[in-house]
Design a protein around this ligand. Sequence first.
Ligand code: SF4
Length: 362
Amino acid sequence: MSSLHNLLEKASSGGRLSFEEGVRIYKEADLHELGMAAHARRMQLHPSNVVTYVIDTTINYTNVCNVHCTFCAFFRPEKHGEGYTMSHDTVLERVKFAADQGASQIMIQGGVNPEIRLDWFEALFRRVASEYPNVDIHSLSVSEVIGLSRVEAMPIRDVLLRLKAAGMKSLPGAGAEILVERVRKRISARKVKPDEWLGVMREAQLVGFPTTATMMFGSIETDEERIEHMHVLRDLQDETGGFTAFIPWYYVPYKTPLRGKESTGLEYLRVLAVSRLYMDNFPHLQASWLTPGLKLGQLALFYGCDDMGGTILEEQVVHDAGSTNAATRRDLELAITGAGFVPQIRDTYWNLRNDVALATAS
Ligand code: SF4
């Protein structure tokens, strides 16, 4: 059996870890040694001290949802008095607010609301694309796409093609949580199964959408199930090469039906480092500062991350669960420079946006 040192050395230079080896480094490796190996791998993949971020926002257009995940404090069941769906004009106002601050990406995401049909999204995306041609519609989630496919009785591929024709540019990796059936039965029993999530992502990549992949950890999963999640994503990436980034983030338990304990900072850093080492075919690893906060997001840059995510000018889902974190563009840039890196604005496709000035440049 290889020593832990040999495993970290192999992974830090791009060698592939088996499932058992991934579990072993997750459970047994020293956190600092994991971080050093992950950072070495990050520097091998991106040999500069640039850390990217995107100016973006999340617009949670409806909180009505028929999926009822136990880790979610945001949704309201159908007919609930606190349920809302924004009008197109309201969504457009939010897009304008973000575009005025230089946003190049908007994430229009919400519950799986069976009252909202495909033509509602088509009309909305057409308006956004025509009024804000410089803003990429990086929107919806696998669950919402499957919801549309069911309500329209239409194949997934056709739903995706219609959304693409209306102006959608990429599909975020939301709703993956942990792609292990045992976990999903407990936290999101009515949500898509692991194979369905992967199947929609495969279709999205085949029709030409760039996609990301997330992992919401810290609910009820075991260490082995975290590696299993990474494993199935790594397999799909081998097949399609369609993921731009992996974004692990942790569950915020304070106001959810599931409750539980919040992950620690050390656990967050361990997940990041193992992700960077295990997911050898993912180009980017994103620090998701929204749940752990910007100070831990800054540390994440030494545990394999080369990207600071987005400014997230507004967001409701994680805040409803009890997160109070927020950051301005200036905050993000200062966190990056404070750690000795150089901030660089990018777009959804990781093109560098040298035409947009840094907030700290003025
Ligand atoms: S996480 Fe998404 S799919 Fe699950 S209940 Fe909340 S809004 Fe609905």
